[in-house]
Design a protein. Structure first.
Length: 223
C-alpha cells in the first residue's frame, strides 16, 4: 500500500460495508469450481490506489495466490504477515506472492513460484481455479490474484527474510460484509481523502491491497 507514514489501526471506523454474507452453499468445492468455470457478469470494486499513483509511470507486474485451504470445518484463506524490515508492505498482512520474474511464463506461474518460496507450499497441493481482475497498488504494482484450492496435509516453511508468520482465516468470516470496515485518512500534498477497507481478525489487521482483493473475491462469489 502507500508509503505514507500512518497507523491504519489507529483510524476510527467510518462505516461498515454491511452487505450480506456469501451463502454457505457457495463456499463449497463444487460450487467454487463451477463459478470459476462459468463466471457471471460482474464488476470489480473501484479503489483509489490508481488515483494516488497518477503520473508515476507504469506499475510493475506481480501476482499473488489466494489459497483456499480445504479444512474439515470449512475453507480458510492462508495469509502471511510480512517481516518488519521489508521495503514494500513491511509488517502488513499479505497474500503469498510477488513480482513477475523472467523465469515465469504466466502470472499463475509467478503466484505458484512465489508461494513456494515464501511459505514452502508446493504446487502439487494447489489446484488453480482462476484469476480475478488485476489490482493496482499505490506502491506501484499491478497484481493478478490467482484463486486456488489447497488440499491438506501439507508442510509449510516460512522464508525468514520475508515472512514473520503464516496463519489462516475462515473464508466465511472474510466473505461477510459485516466484517468489512471502511476507514479514512486525509492525504497530504492535496491528494484528498483516502478510503480503504479493513477486515480485523483476532490479532491480525487485514487492510489495504489485501482487503481490496478480498473484497473483489467477495463480489465475484456474490454475483
Amino acid at each position: 500500500m502507500s508509503k505514507l507514514i500512518f497507523d491504519p489501526e489507529a483510524l476510527s471506523v467510518d462505516s461498515i460495508a454491511g452487505e450480506p454474507a456469501v451463502a454457505p452453499e457457495r463456499l463449497t468445492e463444487a460450487w467454487l469450481r463451477e463459478r470459476f468455470a462459468s463466471p457471471p457478469s460482474w464488476h470489480p470494486e473501484n479503489f483509489e490506489e490508481p488515483l494516488i499513483r497518477k503520473g508515476l509511470g507504469e506499475p510493475i507486474p506481480a501476482s499473488v495466490l489466494m489459497p483456499l485451504v480445504a479444512r474439515d470445518e470449512g475453507f480458510t484463506m492462508l495469509l502471511t504477515q510480512r517481516t518488519a524490515h521489508l521495503n514494500d508492505h513491511a509488517g502488513q498482512i499479505s497474500l503469498p506472492g510477488g513480482r513477475v520474474d523472467g523465469v515465469d511464463t504466466t502470472t499463475i506461474d509467478t503466484a505458484l513460484r512465489e508461494t513456494e518460496e515464501e511459505v514452502g507450499l508446493h504446487r502439487r497441493h494447489i489446484e488453480v481455479l482462476g484469476t480475478l481482475p488485476d489490482y493496482i497498488t499505490a506502491t506501484g504494482f499491478r497484481v493478478t490474484p490467482v484463486v486456488s484450492l489447497v488440499r491438506p496435509p501439507f508442510d509449510l516453511r516460512a522464508d525468514p527474510f520475508e515472512v514473520a508468520e503464516i496463519f489462516e482465516v475462515p473464508l466465511s468470516f472474510l466473505m461477510d460484509g459485516m466484517n468489512h470496515q471502511r476507514r479514512m485518512i486525509d492525504l497530504p500534498n492535496g491528494l484528498g481523502r483516502r478510503v480503504f477497507y479493513a477486515m480485523p481478525y483476532q490479532r491480525f489487521f487485514i487492510w489495504g491491497a489485501t482487503a481490496g482483493m478480498l473484497r473483489n473475491l467477495f463480489h465475484f462469489l456474490r454475483a
